[in-house]
Design a protein around this ligand. Sequence first.
Ligand code: PEP
Length: 295
Amino acid sequence: MKFSAAFTFLLLAGTTNAFVNKQFTSPSFPGCTTSTELAARKPFMTGNWKLNPQTKAEAVDLARGIVDSIGEDSPSDVGLFVPFPFLETVQNIAGDKLIVGAEMITPEMKGAFTGGVSPTMLKSIGIEWALAGHSERRTINGESDEDINAQCKLLVENDMNVVLCIGETLEEFEKSLVDAVCEIQLKKGLEGISADQMSAVTIAYEPVWAIGTGKVATPEIAQSVHESIRQILDKMYGSSVSESTRILYGGSVSPDSVDGLLAQPDIDGGLVGGASLDATSFGRIINFETVDVMA
Ligand code: PEP
């Protein structure tokens, strides 16, 4: 995918309304509005608390507020990736209303790895999900594609689920390397993972320039990358995997941008940082509204 300078400007101006959203309506299945619905990929809204909040009491309040916003007929499956010290507490509050996961694992099962956390440890407290490859871990902690692949493999081999995060930096974006970067990170991150194991994998496309910056990708740009990611998955694993894998968008998702993003055919949910620290905002994201923009 190539972007012009004007396109880049619109994107970096942080506007979510630079383009009119066009909701996809399937001519063959008029009742279905997006291919997410067609392929029965229920939207998945996940929070990533990162190094927040600072106390267990605050984590309890936040988790309760989020759980309260999930209705019986929630349009989304909901997940929260939270710091290790809060996992069990948040899990107890969540019950079966949402998935609770770890923000990372160590790609080792046991031994001399000070500070490490293994899949077995997480499973022993009932945690079956983890993030891998978040850009903050790639850049701040220097995790390579090989490290991230080791984490993904260890998780799925231990019957856990992983959200593999991929995405380009601003420099890569400006050099029109979006698709190339995503393809490399996807292929390296998933190396050795079989088609059968892909049912335990969710992909999150997170352009690095959009994370924590307030500069959300426009729905059209995000859709274009998600479509390419699905095509790459199709080449790697075939259509039944590519059509059933949920691809989330992450990068400054907010109550204002969520509806337009979720109206796109290949955007199956969100990985949400800042806005997941506010129960009202995240509640609005979980309960996104279907946009009818064809009129
Ligand atoms: C993230 O943490 O993955 C993220 C996308 O953060 P934010 O929503 O704050 O940009």
